[in-house]
Structures are given as C-alpha cells and as structure tokens.
Design a protein around this ligand. Structure first.
Ligand SMILES: [Fe+2]
Ligand SMILES: [Fe+2]
Length: 194
C-alpha cells in the first residue's frame, strides 16, 4: 500500500525511522477522507430539508460545515498519494467505508432537531477520527500532523455550533465571512479557491 517497494521514497522512509506505521497511517487517512466526502453528500441532503423560518436560520450554519467537509476531503488527497496510497477505484466502495449511513434523512425528513442531532454526531465522529491521526503523527510526521490538526480545529468549531443550536451552549461563534472560508484548512485545499 505504501508503494515503497518500487521506489526509494525518502519522504516515506523517514516516517518508518520515526516510528510510524505508514500503511496504518494511509489507511486512517483514506478512511477519514471517505467520511469527509460522504458527510459532504449527506449534509447537502440534510440542509435542503431545513424548511420553514427556523430551518432558514440553520441553513447557513450547515452550509459552512458542509463546505468545510469538502475542504477536509480535498486536504487529504495530496498527502495520501505522497505516502504511496490512493483512493479506491470504485466510488461506492469509498462511500461504504465511511460508515456514515446514520446521516441519512430522519424518519420525518424535515424534523429540524433530528437533522441537527445528526450533524452534531457527524462532527463528534470527525473529531475522534482526526484526533487519532494527530496522535499517530505528533512528533513523527509534521506534514500529516499539520493537516490533521487544522482539520481537527475546524471540526471542534463545527461541534460547538451544533451544540449551541441544539442546547444553547454558547460557542463563541463568529460567523464565517463567507461559506467555504475554511480558516484552518484553506492552505491544504487550494483547489477550492475561487
Ligand atoms: Fe470535516
Ligand atoms: Fe465538520
């Protein structure tokens, strides 16, 4: 999986010397990329079902989180390939590996609270996923760590937005200047720049 059998890839070899299991790291990155990609899809669907006056107020928040999930997916791609990995050839395999079926529309598709609960669960799962990569790479792989800690910072913000919407727990949230601003991952997902 790491591709080191064919080429002398010093950028990968040093990670082994630093104590990283590169195959395990690539596996975690591909899995996390699949979660981000699938969450982007489901957030698109959930957002369109935020109806009525209350729903209108929530749409903007879900839009900010949705576009940042796309940024998180994009942020993984280059690093996966640098490490010798790749994404599955079949997109349906990729989506299935995410385990994000729980993000399908609730039984009442416009139940705003149920939609927000799903959004919160997705953010909390993403925090666990990126914290894991941070712990795998801290002090050993500064390049991957830089990406993982920036994505983690945005996921923590997203969690706080949905906690505020659901339970009134203040997030200290300053709205994004525009959707897709992605203050922490912007430098890792330049393909999304307008
Ligand atoms: Fe994300
Ligand atoms: Fe998120």
């Amino acid at each position: 999986m790491s591709g080191t059998e064919k080429f002398n890839v010093v950028g990968v070899n040093i990670l082994g010397q630093n104590g990283i299991d590169v195959d395990e790291l690539v596996g975690a990155l591909v899995h996390n990329a699949s979660v981000e990609f699938t969450a982007y899809y489901y957030f698109t669907s959930l957002r369109t079902h935020c109806t009525g006056m209350e729903g209108e107020g929530v749409k903007g928040i879900i839009e900010d989180a949705r576009l940042e999930d796309l940024s998180h997916f994009e942020s993984c791609i280059e690093r996966i390939h640098q490490l010798g990995g790749s994404l599955p050839a079949d997109a349906s395999d990729f989506v299935k590996m995410s385990g994000c079926e729980f993000l399908q529309l609730p039984p009442d598709p416009t139940d705003l609270r149920a939609i927000l609960e799903k959004c919160l669960k997705a953010e909390q799962g993403a925090i666990v996923n990126w914290d894991k990569v941070c712990r795998m790479t801290h002090g050993k792989d500064p390049t991957t760590y830089d990406i993982a800690k920036d994505i983690l910072a945005e996921e923590i913000e997203h969690e706080s937005w949905f906690l505020e919407l659901l339970y009134g727990r203040p997030s200290g949230h300053m709205r994004r200047r525009y959707s897709g601003e992605r203050p922490h991952t912007r430098k890792h997902s330049r393909a999304l720049d307008m």
